[in-house]
Design a protein around this ligand. Structure first.
Ligand SMILES: Cc1ncc(COP(=O)(O)O)c(C=O)c1O
Length: 377
């Protein structure tokens, strides 16, 4: 496969015998970036009535930068078109975890990130992510809003075209192949259930943005024949993540599995059938989005504080809203099939070691000028 640029000593090596190897006739390579499996643990502090709650600790998936993103990057960075030596371009908010993960893992490969960014409310957590991006030398093409990204893209392709343009990676690393990271996560959970580390969950709470994590998980659980309900607490508005887009992501992942030699007999009835036969169902909850993507809500803040009291670090854009969704369902006495597993997708590593003094000076002027107003938002 040619151009894989791993560096011994940086922990960037191929994962041998990865979770999907046994399922695929032609398994693609996968980098070993994450410490897997991540632990599962009881979270009795979240129990309500007779519903028992467990946690999947993807926050422990790496000492460099954990959470869910590293699971996707293991696949994408090992394969074309992302396994070369040049820069990668991708899209996200100025506090995007995806961009932070990408910048950190590209750093280990001596490669650069070009970030097409849009504004979001600057909480201390978002500021830490932005400071990390700027300090790592990420180059920005900035738009104020998501709608304005088209212009940033045009600038990237034309009048502010970089000397060496990057290969474009989908937002959130959510592609068919990126989704393999969470297919593997579903298989990993199945193995933990079989090993008796946790009971089989009736419902799994996971947050959703670009859909690759929750879609991959649904496929992985189906392949492992672990029937469960996925309750996807959306961090984004319904126009940006909904049942249609979710189904499309599932189909994309399943099609990519087929390309890599998944037994066609398993796919005879298509992706919907694969899930249905295994008893994997899903629903999307948009009630926690609040005023918009990445705008902190009271419920999200309260969830972050509550989890913090129990030693779990969440953030207000994704995982706080996910816990708020779980808490709201439990409080409303909704018919939740237990036990519940809450998937913590947040990489809460301390990023201060990457941050340099004066990082603001590396931001595009118009973003630097807007920071005080965004902090007040
Ligand atoms: C912490 C965190 N959890 C979950 C998600 C959502 O995952 P996905 O984009 O695959 O739906 C994201 C990012 O996009 C994230 O940053």
């Amino acid at each position: 496969m040619g151009a894989l640029t791993t560096r011994p000593g940086e922990g960037l090596e191929l994962r041998q015998g990865h979770a999907l190897a046994g399922l695929l006739g032609r398994p693609p390579p996968c980098l070993r970036l994450a410490d897997l499996p991540t632990p599962v643990e009881r979270a009795a502090w979240l129990d309500r009535g007779d519903v028992e709650v467990w946690l999947k600790r993807d926050d422990r998936s790496s000492e460099i930068y954990g959470g869910g993103k590293v699971r996707k990057l293991e696949w994408l960075l090992a394969n074309p078109p992302f396994n070369g030596r040049g820069p990668i371009a991708s899209i996200g908010g100025i506090g995007s975890h995806h961009l932070v993960a990408l910048a950190l893992y590209l750093r280990g490969l001596d490669r650069r990130l070009h970030a097409l960014t849009f504004e979001q409310v600057v909480t201390p957590h978002v500021e830490a992510n932005l400071a990390t991006l700027a300090s790592l030398g990420v180059e920005f093409w900035h738009a104020r809003t998501r709608a304005g990204l088209g212009l940033a893209w045009l600038a990237y392709k034309t009048w502010r075209r970089p000397a060496e343009p990057g290969v474009m990676m989908a937002p959130g690393a959510s592609t068919g192949l990126g989704g393999f990271g969470f297919v593997g996560a579903g298989l990993e959970l199945a193995a933990q259930i079989r090993a008796g580390l946790l009971p089989k969950p009736g419902t799994i709470y996971i947050t959703g943005g670009s859909a690759g994590s929750s879609a991959g998980l649904a496929v992985g659980l189906a392949l492992a024949e672990v029937g469960a309900h996925l309750r996807i607490v959306s961090a984004v508005e319904a126009w940006s993540f909904n049942g249609l887009l979710y189904r499309r992501m599932i189909r994309q992942i399943v099609a990519t599995l087929a390309v890599h030699g998944l037994d066609p007999a398993r796919l005879r009835g298509g992706a919907d059938r694969l899930l249905a036969d295994a008893g994997v169902t899903w629903s999307i909850d948009h009630t926690q989005v609040g005023p918009g993507y990445a705008v902190p809500t009271d419920a999200g803040r309260a969830a972050v504080a509550f989890a913090g009291d129990h030693g779990i670090k969440l953030e207000t854009t994704y995982t706080g809203k996910c816990l708020a969704g779980l808490s709201a369902d439990l409080a409303a006495g909704a018919a939740i099939r237990g036990p519940v597993l809450l998937w913590n997708t947040h990489g809460c590593n301390d990023l201060t070691r990457w941050q340099s003094v004066g990082w603001e000076r590396r931001l595009p002027g118009k973003l630097r000028a807007r920071l005080p107003a965004l902090r007040g938002g």
